[in-house]
Design a protein around this ligand. Structure first.
Ligand code: URA
Length: 229
C-alpha cells in the first residue's frame, strides 16, 4: 500500500504540493470514490486511480536542456561541489530527470536531462553515432594533420582508441570538435594528445539540438522530435 499523493507524484501527475490541492478539490478518485486526503493509502498494484476523469498511467517522460555554467559537477549528489541538479527548476523535480552523460566541472554548455532510460541510452550509445559538438579554446593552432588524425581515430595517452571524430579549426587557438562517444575528459584528452591543451570548453550541440540563445544556468523543455537520432 502506498500514500495517494506519493503514487500520483511518482506517476508524474504533479508535485506533492499541487497534488494536495487537487485531491482536496475532489479532482482525484480511487476505485470510483472521490479521494479526500493525500495521505489515503492505496494498493498501487490494483487501484484504479483517475485525475479529472483520466486514468493515471506510467510516469510522463521528460527531456530538458540545461545551459550548464562552469563550476557545477554533473552528479545527482556531491559532498563538496554544487551539482547540476540544483539548476533544475522545482516544477520538474518530481519527474526525477537525470543527466544524459556528463560535462566536466569546468565545461559549459548543453546538458540534457531525462527520466527515460531508453532515450538516454539512444543518445549516449556510441553505436548510435549521435554527435556532440564542442567549441574549444586551446594552445597552438590545429593543422590539417590534426584534422586527419581526428578523422582516423585519436589514440589517447593511455592507449585508448577513439572513434573517428571531426576537428574543424576556427583560427588561432580555436576549434570545433565533434565526437559520438563520451569517454572521461574526452575532448580535452584528444586535443592534448595533439599538443593542444584546452583552456575553455563548451558543448554547443548534441543530437542535432543547439544551445541557441538559452541563457547560462537556464533550462528549457525539449520535444523528442527536436532530436536528430
Ligand atoms: N570532453 C571533455 O573533455 N570534457 C567534457 O566535459 C566533455 C567532453
Amino acid at each position: 500500500m502506498q500514500r495517494l499523493d506519493k503514487l500520483l507524484s511518482e506517476a508524474g501527475v504533479a508535485s506533492r504540493k499541487d497534488l494536495k490541492a487537487m485531491i482536496r478539490a475532489g479532482r482525484v478518485s480511487v476505485d470510483g470514490v472521490t479521494a479526500k486526503s493525500p495521505e489515503q493509502k492505496v494498493d498501487e498494484t490494483a487501484a484504479q486511480v483517475f485525475v479529472d476523469g483520466a486514468p493515471v498511467g506510467k510516469q510522463r517522460a521528460i527531456l530538458l536542456m540545461l545551459h550548464k555554467p562552469a563550476g557545477f559537477v554533473t552528479s545527482t549528489d556531491d559532498p563538496r561541489d554544487r551539482t547540476v541538479m540544483e539548476l533544475i527548476p522545482e516544477q520538474y523535480r518530481y519527474l526525477r530527470p537525470k543527466p544524459v552523460g556528463r560535462l566536466d566541472k569546468d565545461t559549459e554548455g548543453l546538458l540534457l536531462f531525462t527520466n527515460d532510460g531508453q532515450l538516454a541510452h539512444r543518445i549516449l550509445s556510441p553505436k548510435k553515432q549521435v554527435f556532440k559538438c564542442y567549441y574549444a579554446e586551446h594552445e597552438g593552432q590545429a593543422t590539417e594533420d590534426d584534422v586527419a588524425a581526428f578523422q582516423a581515430g585519436i589514440i589517447l595517452k593511455d592507449g585508448d582508441v577513439c572513434l573517428p571524430a571531426v576537428l574543424t579549426p576556427q583560427g588561432q587557438g580555436r576549434s570545433l570538435v565533434e565526437i559520438c562517444e563520451g569517454k572521461y575528459h574526452q575532448v580535452r584528452r584528444m586535443m592534448a594528445s595533439r599538443g593542444m591543451h584546452v583552456n575553455y570548453l563548451k558543448r554547443i550541440s548534441e543530437a542535432g539540438l543547439e544551445l541557441g540563445d538559452l541563457p547560462v544556468g537556464c533550462v528549457r523543455e525539449v520535444e523528442v522530435s527536436e532530436l536528430d537520432l
